[in-house]
Write a protein that binds this ligand. Structure first.
Ligand SMILES: Cc1cc2nc3c(=O)[nH]c(=O)nc-3n(C[C@H](O)[C@H](O)[C@H](O)COP(=O)(O)O)c2cc1C
Length: 182
């Protein structure tokens, strides 16, 4: 097994769901955005539009809208009962596109998560908020985020200074095979 900084970042990144209130620096934010924008995309279509929210008031308002819509006692997501959808991280990236560019958004969001890890920050990738942002109640948020109404929310990523060190979740090793020449 080869180890270097890139590989070890991939292997040791964990979803973080506890954060300090301290905001990330503007330099860290700029780096994350640059890494997001340098993600590859199919046929170099660059379909993803990114909005970053660093306002706790706005994120909490979105969380109230979300939980009012899907229910406050639905234990469907991790820490649902205790944390808002963004797990109290101070910075949240929202990725939208005009079409079904889930692949491109997924690759972009992993760039953000790995770049965060590379700067000693924690992150959590968030799909759940699609339960609000892709419903008619999400139009208000498209307006607030300056996103056209026909765009789809694809994925989000919350980033901040993590304050937990969760155990790794074992991977299903049996799910790969290598086929070599006879
Ligand atoms: C596409 C995708 C959507 C996810 N959505 C959420 C989410 O809405 N809320 C959440 O707390 N975690 C979410 N996660 C985090 C996963 O639960 C986490 O990656 C998984 O449990 C593996 O843990 P690890 O990232 O620490 O290896 C999501 C991850 C991915 C890749």
């Amino acid at each position: 097994m080869i180890h270097n900084e890139t590989i070890d970042n991939i292997l040791t990144r964990r979803t973080i769901r506890e954060y300090t209130p301290e905001q990330i620096t503007d330099e860290q934010l700029e780096t994350l955005l640059e890494c997001a924008m340098w993600a590859p995309s199919g046929r170099n279509g660059q379909p993803c539009h990114v909005r970053v929210v660093q306002s706790k008031a706005m994120l909490d308002e979105m969380n109230v809208d979300f939980k009012n819509l899907v229910g406050w006692d639905t234990p469907a997501y991790t820490n649902w009962d205790r944390n808002p959808f963004y797990q109290n991280a101070p910075t949240v990236f929202f990725i939208y596109a005009e079409g079904d560019s889930h692949m491109d958004a997924g690759i972009m969001v992993e760039n953000i998560a790995l770049a965060a890890k590379g700067m000693g920050l924690g992150s959590v990738i968030i799909a759940s908020i699609g339960g609000l942002l892709n419903e008619k109640e999400g139009i208000k948020w498209k307006q607030k985020l300056d996103i056209p109404e026909n765009y789809k929310f694809l994925i989000a990523c919350a980033v901040g200074n993590g304050c937990e060190d969760p155990a790794p979740k074992p991977r299903k090793k049996e799910q790969y095979r290598v086929i070599k020449a006879d």
